[in-house]
Write a protein that binds this ligand. Structure first.
Ligand code: HEC
Ligand code: HEC
Length: 204
């Protein structure tokens, strides 16, 4: 009997270790502290980038692997944005993992985003995006960003950046190039309007 109990607890302990290992590599509490310098832009609802004008992206609930990849791209200058380059510059791998783990912990939005464009038209055009981003922009592939609930004007601007090559990604360049200006507006409206989406940090 005792041996049985011991074996049970050994198995439970092993499960505990495995479950721990399966979680994100970062420490959310450490990430929260490290995110303090980011809150001036990313934790203020509706805060806008000065030029060109668009809302700074929502990060609450974003996939951790994507957040780390984005920070590395800013750091390396592959993704060009002077402010984000400066903010990512001094982060090491652990800082990025911690911040990503903190951001992943936010609960999905309960209210859909108010939008200006034609979300219904965007829905019919979004089939090509579903394989990677999920039908509602809440896909679960870690390296592909969640789009649901993201700011409409940010999504709009980013799709244009892929078209012009200002933001470089071979996959998204291929997806964005055939889109008309109307398609871009409709798709941005559709994904921004999806419920259970991203939130502004601190607004969960
Ligand atoms: C001065 C304002 C400002 C500060 C401070 C700032 N950011 Fe940003 N951040 C932005 C803007 C604007 C963008 C969108 C840039 C672009 O178009 O690529 C952005 C983009 C991002 C993205 C990419 C989001 C996506 O959906 O691709 C991540 C991740 C990010 N920031 C994390 C951080 C972290 C972590 C910090 C703190 C270490 C930080 N930011 C500090 C303004 C800021
Ligand atoms: C084959 C997979 C794939 C398909 C299909 C795809 N995407 Fe993407 N998408 C990606 C990847 C990978 C990224 C991250 C690229 C990067 O780091 O710049 C991305 C990034 C994005 C972003 C930037 C999000 C952010 O937070 O900055 C937007 C917007 C986007 N995709 C919209 C779309 C739309 C709209 C479609 C359909 C017309 C689409 N995608 C189809 C893989 C895909």
């Amino acid at each position: 009997m005792i041996r049985f109990v011991l074996r049970q607890s050994a198995i439970l302990m092993l499960f505990g270790v495995l479950a721990g290992a399966a979680q994100a590599a970062g420490d959310p509490a450490a990430g929260k502290a490290k995110f303090m310098t980011c809150t001036g832009c990313h934790a203020i609802p509706g805060y806008t980038n000065a030029y060109p004008t668009y809302r700074v992206p929502r990060l609450g609930g974003q996939h951790p692997d994507y957040v780390v990849a984005a920070l590395k791209a800013y750091q390396a200058g592959e993704r060009q944005h002077p402010t984000m380059h400066a903010n990512a510059f001094s982060l090491n791998e652990q800082d990025m993992q911690d911040i990503a783990a903190y951001l992943a912990g936010f609960k999905p939005a309960t209210e859909p985003n108010p939008i200006r464009g034609n979300a219904a038209a965007g829905k019919t055009k979004s089939a090509a995006c579903a394989a990677c981003h999920g039908p509602d922009g809440n896909g679960n592939i870690p390296l592909y960003p969640r789009l649901a609930g993201q700011h409409e004007d940010y999504l709009h601007k980013v799709l244009q950046d892929y078209q012009t090559g200002a933001r470089k990604n071979p996959v998204m360049k291929g997806m964005a190039t055939p889109l008309s200006a109307q398609d871009v507006a409709d798709l941005a409206a559709y994904f921004a309007s999806q419920p259970k989406g991203l939130v502004v940090v601190g607004q969960d």
